[in-house]
Design a binder for this molecule. Structure first.
Ligand SMILES: Cc1cc2nc3c(=O)[nH]c(=O)nc-3n(C[C@H](O)[C@H](O)[C@H](O)COP(=O)(O)OP(=O)(O)OC[C@H]3O[C@@H](n4cnc5c(N)ncnc54)[C@H](O)[C@@H]3O)c2cc1C
Ligand code: SF4
Length: 334
């Protein structure tokens, strides 16, 4: 049952700055993630601030330097339909298209997708189901049912868009406890992971996501039980950027749905760049070496938990799906 709360409309960003200083307050965007969590009583707040009236958060702006500023209240459907996104960052569009269902994409927002609660089979349950267990870190207790020796919540993060925004080196313009801040997407999600593993409300509001101009291209990969509605079992994104001479300047690879935030595969990307600069062809030996590095990096960074639809061992098998995408990125074979 949803507990009573004060319902407030914010009409301007200034309203939000004022509200974001308050304790025990939550922001409501499309509600597709928050409302079920309120019903399950895993999230509660004294006040809920509805963001839907702030029109400046629903815009996409292209800056003179080619970067894009995406308002946090853009729906996933608006992102999918934007020519600016499909022209420059088709992998971001594809990731948005792979989220949930048309109904959820029509109302679910970019900000809500990034700030969605981390998921766990002991958390995404009704009050009655959970009442046979002690409270865990994420619901106000001091234990984790996923790992009895764990000192933190291990719930994993399943945003598809965040993994792509990692490789696009996005920055996030936020208001934290009433003050403006510019964070890298990685720092934002690290902070969100730390706070989201606890039951207190987060005092951070996302205004815009800024994507720098890119001379290059990339991919998005998602493994899920079904092609629609399901959260990712594993996702990955990669990007290659070129310098003014057309030479490869940087590879960036990130994976998601394996831990409380997306993870960069920095060693794999560095090895790919070194091989490219030495003008190595994609031989079987190079393939095997790169994949071994990638699998080792994922294994080191993964925070395995019990999930509904897959065993930990079967999930590890999915990581190999990355290989053809890395190979295509290296060979520029699109
Ligand atoms: C059935 C189902 C399937 C799904 N499948 C996928 C999937 O495959 N891939 C995937 O990536 N996601 C998936 N999702 C998650 C979905 O993308 C999110 O529910 C949606 O994007 C959240 O957006 P919202 O506007 O509804 O957020 P809300 O539910 O309103 O908010 C979610 C959280 O974000 C916070 N929040 C919202 N906006 C802001 C802001 N601007 N600043 C700070 N905090 C904010 C809220 O306080 C709340 O804690 C699925 C969800 C459902 C219900
Ligand atoms: S990972 Fe542990 S602390 Fe986090 S929600 Fe699950 S059981 Fe609770």
């Amino acid at each position: 049952m949803i507990q009573p709360f004060r319902y407030i409309f914010a009409n301007t960003i200034e309203d939000l700055i004022a509200y974001s200083k308050e304790d025990n307050l939550l922001f409501l965007a499309g509600g597709t993630d928050l409302v079920p969590n309120l019903k399950h009583e895993v999230r509660q707040a004294a006040s809920i601030v509805d963001l839907s009236r702030i029109s400046e958060l629903q815009q996409i702006k292209k800056e003179a330097d080619g970067s894009l500023r995406l308002g946090s209240m853009l729906t996933l459907e608006q992102l999918i339909n934007s020519d600016l996104i499909s022209g420059k960052y088709p992998e971001l569009r594809y990731a948005a298209m792979r989220v949930a269902s048309p109904q959820i994409r029509n109302i679910g927002t970019l900000g809500g997708n990034l700030m969605q609660d981390r998921r766990c089979i002991y958390f995404n349950q009704s009050f009655n189901w959970r009442s046979s267990f002690d409270l865990c870190y994420k619901t106000g207790g001091e234990i984790c049912h996923q790992g009895l020796k764990s000192e933190v919540c291990r719930a994993n993060y399943y945003s598809d868009l965040a993994t792509v925004l990692y490789v696009l080196h996005a920055q996030v313009s936020c208001i934290a406890a009433g003050k403006p801040e510019l964070l890298s997407i990685k720092d934002l999600l690290q902070r969100h992971a730390d706070n989201n593993g606890r039951s207190a409300c987060e005092k951070l509001f996302i205004a815009e996501i800024i994507i720098p101009a890119r001379k290059g291209h990339g991919f998005f990969l998602k493994e899920a039980v079904r092609n629609a509605i399901d959260f990712p079992l594993f996702n990955a994104a990669g990007s290659v950027e070129f310098d003014a001479e057309g030479e490869v300047a940087r590879y960036t690879i990130a994976v998601g749905a394996i831990s409380p935030q997306p993870e960069y595969l920095t060693l794999t990307a560095a090895e790919m760049l070194a091989a490219k600069r030495s003008k190595k062809a994609m031989t079987e030996d190079l393939q095997a070496k790169l994949m071994q590095i990638a699998l080792e990096e994922i294994k080191t960074k993964a925070v395995p938990i019990l999930e509904d639809n897959i065993t930990i061992a079967a999930k590890r098998q999915l990581y190999s799906a990355l290989w053809p995408y890395l190979s295509a990125l290296y060979s520029e074979n699109y």
